[in-house]
Design a protein around this ligand. Structure first.
Ligand SMILES: Cc1cn([C@H]2C[C@H](O)[C@@H](COP(=O)(O)OP(=O)(O)O[C@H]3O[C@H](C)C(=O)[C@H](O)[C@H]3O)O2)c(=O)[nH]c1=O
Length: 202
């Protein structure tokens, strides 16, 4: 969906000018692409605007941001989620390399409880994925030298952090990297399967 606004209705350069928003199969998860404002020197991309997203009906106000670097293709980070009151909405984009981002719906009341959505993020597409609280998040890098930027609307709370097995056979996520080539911390190798998880949302 592109929001067209008459000239002058908004301050120049807000992210809603030319913002493209697409809902994934789980509609609460959005992928959007902010426009690049090009000129002879290069371009500027208004990558985040609270009011710009609000104008598009999305209320996401980050409290902090992480910049993550993974030197090797096949680096698996997740699945991770935080329990309330530190359940996090996440706005994720890639500034170098490419990765596959997967989110599993852990909201008991959701019609898509237990289902997942995937999106490939890379700088060429300049797409971002916006995941509301209630999901377990994981991504796998598809290239060497992958850098991701996460905006989060709740603080990091290790005591409330939980995990889910990235290779859960019931989820059967089609990761494009062979399991024996995946680079993953031992901590993320011992995560519970979805069928044995007891701590969900709502
Ligand atoms: C997330 C986070 C981490 N850290 C520190 C804690 C550790 O010393 C180090 C690595 O943390 P962690 O192992 O949690 O990072 P990942 O395995 O990449 O997990 C992260 O990426 C997956 C895909 C997620 O969805 C979470 O956002 C996040 O857990 O950074 C902080 O200081 N602040 C933070 O907000």
């Amino acid at each position: 969906m592109t929001i067209e606004r008459p000239a002058g209705e908004e301050p120049r350069g807000t992210v809603t000018e030319g913002l493209e928003i697409r809902s994934l199969e789980i509609p609460d998860v959005k992928v959007f692409r902010a426009p690049k404002k090009s000129d002879s020197r290069g371009w500027v991309m208004p990558s985040y605007s609270m009011n710009g997203l609000r104008a598009a009906g999305i209320d996401f106000v980050p409290l902090h941001e992480n910049h993550c670097y993974s030197p090797k293709r096949g680096t698996m980070r997740g699945f991770h989620y935080q329990l309330p009151p530190y359940d996090q909405g996440k706005l994720i984009r890639v500034t170098r390399g490419r990765m596959l981002d997967v989110n599993v719906d852990l909201r008991r009341s959701s019609p898509t409880f237990g289902r997942y959505v995937m999106a490939e993020l890379d700088p060429d597409g300049w797409n971002q994925i916006l995941v509301p609280p209630g999901f377990a998040h994981c991504y796998c890098t598809l290239t060497d030298d992958c850098e991701t930027i996460f905006k989060l609307d709740r603080e990091f709370a290790p005591g409330h952090a939980r995990g889910l097995a990235w290779n859960d056979p019931d989820l059967d996520i089609p990761w494009p990297i062979p399991a024996d080539e995946v680079i993953v911390l031992p901590r993320d190798l011992d995560r519970p399967r979805f069928s044995t998880v007891t701590e969900f949302y709502d």
